[in-house]
Ligand binder design. Structure first.
Ligand SMILES: [Zn+2]
Length: 116
C-alpha cells in the first residue's frame, strides 16, 4: 500500500483500507454505507456467519497456547496490556520454566494453577 486512494497521503505498511484516516471516515459514514450496514446486520444469517467466523479466528489466534496457560495469557493482554507477541513470549518462557521444574522435581505447576 502506497498512498490514500483519495488524496495520495502516504500510508503505513499496516494500513488495510487504502484510505487515510479522514477519507476512510468519509467513505464509511455515507448514507449508502449506513444502509448497507443496516441491510447486512438485519440478516440473522449474516450475523450467524459473522459470529462463526469470529469464533474460528479467535480460536486460531490462541491455538498455540496450551489450555492451562490461556487464562494467564488473556490476563497479560487484557489486564497488563502487553501485546500478543510479548504475552506469548512470556507464556512460552513460563512453559519452559514449568517444564524444567517438572523435570527436576516431578511437580506440575500448570496443574496446580488450573486447580486454583
Ligand atoms: Zn486521504
Amino acid at each position: 500500500m502506497t498512498g490514500c486512494k483519495t488524496c495520495g497521503k502516504p500510508l503505513s505498511k499496516v494500513n488495510r483500507t487504502g484510505w487515510c484516516r479522514a477519507h476512510y471516515a468519509i467513505a464509511n459514514n455515507s448514507v449508502q454505507a449506513m444502509r448497507q450496514n443496516e441491510r447486512q446486520w438485519s440478516s440473522a444469517e449474516f450475523r450467524a456467519r459473522h459470529a462463526e467466523r469470529t469464533a474460528a479466528r479467535n480460536a486460531a489466534k490462541v491455538a498455540w497456547c496450551p489450555l492451562e496457560y490461556r487464562a494467564d495469557y488473556e490476563r497479560l493482554k487484557r489486564v497488563k496490556h502487553y501485546t500478543a507477541a510479548q504475552a506469548r513470549q512470556m507464556i512460552e518462557a513460563q512453559i519452559a520454566a514449568d517444564t524444567a521444574l517438572y523435570l527436576r522435581t516431578g511437580r506440575l505447576p500448570q496443574a496446580e494453577r488450573l486447580a486454583a
